[in-house]
Design a binder for this molecule. Sequence first.
Ligand code: AMP
Ligand code: MG
Length: 410
Amino acid sequence: MIDAATLLPEDEARARVLALASPLPAEWVALDEGLGRALAEDVIAQRTLPPWDNSAMDGYAVRAADLSGPLPARMLVLETIYAGAAPRQTLRPRTCSRIMTGAPLPAGADAVVMRERARPVPDGGVDQVDLLEAVEAGQFVRPRGEDARQGEVLLARGTPLGIPELGLLWAQGRTSATVPRRPRVAILSTGDELCRVDEPPDGRIVDTNAPSLALAVRRAGGVPSLLGIARDTRDAVAEALGRAEGFDVVLTSAGVSVGERDYVKEVLAAIGVQQHLWRVAIKPGKPLVVGQRASTLFFGLPGNPTSSLVTFELFVRPALRRMLGFSDVTPPRVGGRLDGRLAKPPGLAHFVRVTAAWRDGGLWARPLATQTSGALRSAAAATHLLHFPREASSLAHGDPVELLPLSWGA
Ligand code: AMP
Ligand code: MG
């Protein structure tokens, strides 16, 4: 029996982890290298964009007031303004200018009538048009400064750089930006039963955690390095951790529970790592240990393949994102409904592997058949983790549930 009272709740554990992590020093990157990273600077707009009011449609630039009377309204067309050209004529009452999408609005105009709402007037030597409907001032006008106003904070530090954000920067003439450098993450597997994938097993099992965690690190934006497999002795674990100098984060897997050869916690203490938490009230993933030495963060992840991935998702990934400078690092949650029934004793929050799909106006989460921590199969095909709260003991079909989208999947 575990004494649930001594276990940290998941959110408190994450708060402790995040208190140990801060954005790494910034580096300059070409903008397309910055995709998926977070700004290390407040970007101040140098240019007002668009620089002038311009048309959102192909049509006629008008004074809205000219269309408040009977319709259609016959108007004299002063000129045609193409995108990239400057208007030459100022609108007077009952005049308009033909205008193309993106072309600057002429002086005097305050709205655009789309071409489909205009009818050409048979040519009598004068360029005229009948406009069929009234418009509000501002209609189909893209106002000056809609994208950026010179001097304002265009994108704040911590903003994730998606493709539109990069577009805003390119439009300012920027070709590079500062982002926190990528965290360097060392990964060590521990266990006498483990072998490398390229070795004959001879009764051992393949170390799948290290290469899996390396991919998870890379997906989270870090740079993984593999330290290999340490045997289950104090010396072997200490020797391997001795090679983990100069990393921002060290991940070990296995050997953090209460087994007789679980030396990771003890060795971390012996090499001067200050322990900040051990054991979280979650399943899978209870025997997590987190510590710090100088600026290096150590995570002793549980050995079961699914447990190590779940704890990576709940604690390591947020820490890496904090180091990468993201302002928002907690795992996102979406609302869904349970397709099935679940029961457990209170005491631990369960993170149930589910496949969730949109159906009948809701996101329905169906638990996968296998939920053991040891079986990788139980993580394959999962799209989300369903949060079965700590004190709850049953969930019924259709109950509202919190779902965490997974970053593992294809
Ligand atoms: P432990 O935490 O050392 O008790 O390990 C828990 C379970 O995870 C055991 O069944 C181990 O064999 C398994 N395990 C530990 N490390 C790995 C690894 N690197 N890859 C795959 N399975 C592992
Ligand atoms: Mg072990």
